[in-house]
Ligand binder design. Structure first.
Ligand SMILES: O=C([O-])[C@@H](O)[C@@H](O)[C@H](O)[C@@H](O)C(=O)[O-]
Ligand SMILES: [Mg+2]
Length: 424
């Protein structure tokens, strides 16, 4: 019989891991991505893991929450959420979530609660001998499909050696990148991060992908870099080519206007990013696919709630990702396994990290034919590697990056770079 277990101690460790110069609508990835690892230990000696953003403001909020959740029963997730909310009283801020300014209106309370909830579910799983997917209602699939997440990129960070991926700055470069990623991982869907070059160049890249990989589902995501008119123009040119168009323009109103004129589904992780956005988003028919993300939708159970709302209102689900490590991949995989209406291949930045760098021991999460097998071991099914956690924490201390700042890094390289939204 599992017994009640109280949180005895929470440890929050910021870490940094290498990241290539990936380009997007707001600049370029810095040489390191930062995350925070949350480890909860109980009075019965069990421990659980969560992973979230590592930015300064978010770390401060996590630390305040950590003080208040001590003593909470890991089975009482409502009490846990209440304590996290209490810890945020007087903090009316948004942002600080490591999204480089791309997702600013998501709920702070949900983002702070998420890693604590995931860590408690990990403990619940270990206490019962069940995988997290079972605690979420049961796995309806045993492998989770992920998509090849392509980025325009430079050959290497300025002043450093080129990385093994090399440059991708035109359609040929994008196709070559896709080929390697598909050869290495076996993905059977492709997403291109756009918003970097003139829309016509990005249309050419998508068409080159369609020609090189016939029948492969394709997505383009310019992170709201386009006006409504540009979005409609580009969307019409890609009719029949894209499986969905992600965040062509900003805001619910803009997306609704584009949605009325385009045949393909619009998807979002920018216009509908919290429960407060669902009512206006649904009323205006702004999107047909929501990219869920347990890191900002309030953990795994709140993401299941989102899935239920999407099902009720006839919207589909995909899954969003930022640069992440193995704890997040495990949580994403369990969630996708236990979400019947999550039918699109999920995003992941996984191929972009150095495969030697992680905080979990290797072996539990492996890709084959574009999918990760859902772990069946108790909890998340991943084990913390304390030496690597220490090494990536040292790297965090050394690297000097404290807040994700794609725009600032781009400006250090190109002082004339201007952030414009929309740009085209
Ligand atoms: O990593 C990036 O540069 C992406 O642009 C990321 O920050 C976005 O949040 C994301 O992947 C998206 O789908 O919008
Ligand atoms: Mg997106």
């Amino acid at each position: 019989m599992p017994t009640r277990q109280r949180i005895a101690d929470v440890e929050i460790t910021p870490v940094a891991f290498q990241d290539p110069p990936l380009l997007n609508a707001v600049g370029v990835h810095e040489p390191f991505a930062i995350r925070a690892i949350v480890e909860i230990r109980t009075d019965e000696g069990l421990s659980g893991l969560g992973e979230t953003y590592g930015d300064t403001k978010h770390l401060e909020r996590l630390r305040r929450a950590a003080e208040l959740v001590t003593g909470t029963d890991v089975w009482d997730l409502n009490a846990l959420a209440g304590r996290v909310r209490t810890s945020l009283q007087g903090d009316s801020g948004t942002g600080g979530h490591g999204m480089a300014g791309m997702v600013t209106d998501s709920s702070t309370a949900d983002a702070v609660f998420s890693p604590f909830e995931v860590a408690c579910l990990d403990i619940q799983g270990k206490a019962t001998g069940l995988p997290v997917s079972s605690l979420l209602g049961g796995a309806v699939r045993d492998r989770i499909d992920y998509s090849a997440y392509l980025f325009y990129k430079w050959a290497g960070h300025p002043g450093a050696e080129p990385d093994t991926w090399g440059a991708a700055l035109d359609p040929d470069g994008v196709v070559a990148q896709a080929r390697r990623m598909i050869d290495d991982y076996g993905f059977s869907a492709i997403k291109l991060k756009g918003g970097v070059f003139e829309p016509d160049e990005e249309i050419a890249a998508i068409k080159a992908l369609a020609e090189a990989f016939p029948g492969m589902p394709l997505r383009l995501d310019p992170n709201a870099a386009w006006t409504v008119d540009t979005s409609i123009r580009v969307g019409r040119k890609l009719d029949g080519v894209l499986e969905y168009l992600e965040d062509p323009t900003g805001g619910i109103e803009g997306m609704a206007e584009v949605a009325r004129k385009l045949p393909m589904p619009l998807a979002t992780n920018m216009a509908v990013v919290s429960f407060a956005d669902l009512d206006p988003g649904i009323r205006r028919n702004a999107v047909r696919v929501v990219l869920s993300d347990h890191h900002f939708w309030g953990g795994l159970r709140r993401s299941r709630l989102l899935a239920g709302i999407c099902e009720t209102f006839g919207m589909s689900l995909s899954m969003h990702s930022n640069s992440h490590l193995g704890i997040s991949l495990a949580a994403m995989t369990h969630l996708a396994a236990a979400t019947p209406n999550l039918t699109y291949a999920c995003d992941t930045h996984w191929p972009w990290k150095d495969q030697e760098e992680d905080v979990v021991k290797p072996g539990a999460l492996t890709f084959s034919e574009g999918a990760v097998a859902v772990p069946t071991a108790p909890g998340l099914g991943v084990e913390l590697d304390r030496d690597k956690l220490g090494a990536l924490h040292e790297q965090f201390l050394r690297c000097g990056i404290r807040d994700r700042d794609d725009t600032g890094y781009m400006r250090r390289i190109d002082p004339a770079y201007e952030l414009r939204k929309p740009r085209w």
